[in-house]
Write a protein that binds this ligand. Structure first.
Ligand SMILES: O=C(O)c1ccccc1NCC(=O)[C@H](O)[C@H](O)COP(=O)(O)O
Length: 209
């Protein structure tokens, strides 16, 4: 069964909704973004989260001591590195009890090379938009992935929404899908869009990866 990550959670009701929908991963952005949360608020949100839902901390080119401090304080399960972090930095997080996912922004096929090179627990494939690291609401060309074999878990992100996620899953067959903008209305998470997204994934995503 394909896993679901909903990212950019900021409010108490966001957490109540994802508890109800029983998604697999809850994403909290600790980097520069309109979705950014700070440690104190994140502590309150995480305390409300159902135990079975894994907590993902999203960071962009931040100090490793800061990243480790936040993740330890919150009991984060997955560190998502969404900036220009290299293998050396990735290594510094391995063996500490967190999974590490590295985000790669895809413009064309050549961007996939790094996806094969990183030694990491998961590769998150996202759209490349100039001046933005993530949460862009834009898709990339999924045809680029045709025939590619990844040894890592692939988390598909970038512009997914309830309308296109079924098609994306049948094309890419990822380990998980990740969504933020596509389940928002006027900048905030929308329960009905999240519900529709989750229902679509569960209908189309019955393969194992
Ligand atoms: O969501 C953000 O605002 C963000 C800002 C800076 C770095 C990463 C960010 N989000 C990371 C995610 O995991 C998003 O879910 C992913 O980029 C997909 O976003 P969207 O295209 O909006 O569904």
């Amino acid at each position: 069964m394909i896993r679901i990550k909903i990212c950019g959670l900021r409010r108490k009701q966001d957490i109540e909704w994802i508890n109800f929908l029983k998604v697999d991963y809850a994403g909290f952005v600790f980097a520069e973004s309109r979705r950014r949360v700070y440690l104190k608020e994140a502590e309150r949100l995480v305390a409300l989260l159902e135990k079975g839902i894994k907590k993902v901390g999203v960071f962009v080119n931040q100090n490793p001591d800061f990243v480790k401090g936040v993740c330890s304080a919150l009991g984060i399960d997955v560190i998502q590195l969404h900036g220009d972090e290299g293998q050396k930095e990735i290594e510094s997080y391995l063996g500490l009890g967190f999974e590490v996912w590295k985000a790669i922004r895809i413009k064309d096929k050549s961007d996939l090379i790094s996806a094969f090179e990183y030694r990491v627990d998961g590769i998150l494939l996202d759209a490349a938009v100039r001046g933005m690291y993530g949460g862009t609401g834009r898709t990339f060309n999924w045809d680029i992935l045709k025939g590619a074999y990844f040894k890592n878990k692939i988390i598909l992100a970038g512009g997914l929404d309830p309308q296109n996620v079924g098609f994306a899953i049948t094309k890419v067959k990822p380990f998980a899908v990740d969504v933020s903008s596509g389940v928002e209305t006027e900048g905030y998470k929308d329960f009905f869009k999240m519900k529709e997204f989750v229902e679509r994934v569960r209908r189309f995503g019955k393969h194992d990866r």
